[in-house]
Ligand binder design. Sequence first.
Ligand code: SF4
Ligand code: SF4
Length: 244
Amino acid sequence: MTATKKDFKVIYDKFSAPIAKKLDCGRICAPLNDGIPVCCSTENAIPIVEDEEWKLLNSRTDLWKPFKPFDKASKKIVKELAKTTCAIECKGVAFCERDNRSLACRSFPYFPYFTKEGELIGLAAYWTFEDRCWVISNVEVADKKFVSEMIEAYEYLFDVDEEQYEAYYEESATMRRVFSKRNEPIQIIGCGMKYFFVLPKSGGRVIPTEKSAFRPVKPFTSDKVYKKAIKEAGGDPTGHSLPR
Ligand code: SF4
Ligand code: SF4
């Protein structure tokens, strides 16, 4: 059983909250990416949707179109896509329609984290973008509304689509392997706004913690490091600083 167009409509209705009220995190990462928010540029992240989700988006808006690969790497990504998915791209951040964002747009940079035992305990963040996405360095900024809506939406998705459950179970296992190698804990915002660490090299042991224990990574560790990174990315750091 896989999710249908109708299911994605239910999911969109359940999950529309921004990560946090009054947070425009695109202003923090854009200077590192030629002025475009990192998660809204296909140079960094190519939106992949299920065919059924694409049908829904296509019926609601002309914001999206099929993605055209532009180099060797993007050709490889498209070639290796699962048969039930497709790569798409939007018209760009200036034309964004909040109600017609894909599920991936609504969720980024978070994904549902499963323990080794298969329990959904909360949200982790895709670590591969940690050098560009400020939210990954500050996962605790997410509001209660965002966390609860996202978890509820994905619980619905997993109920109707076993393959989605398997994909996120695998992603969680991959993250444990990567963070064990790094010897760092995984930071999780749990259901009910609890905060957890998944300890490295522990077989996935989860312990409660405080949000003040969460730590940023470079280049979001200080204004000095952030400004240096903007410069290295070819941008102008003047007037840019990290939120206090
Ligand atoms: S979620 Fe991350 S990558 Fe996307 S706009 Fe916010 S800081 Fe930038
Ligand atoms: S639809 Fe909006 S949030 Fe999604 S990639 Fe486009 S500009 Fe970004």
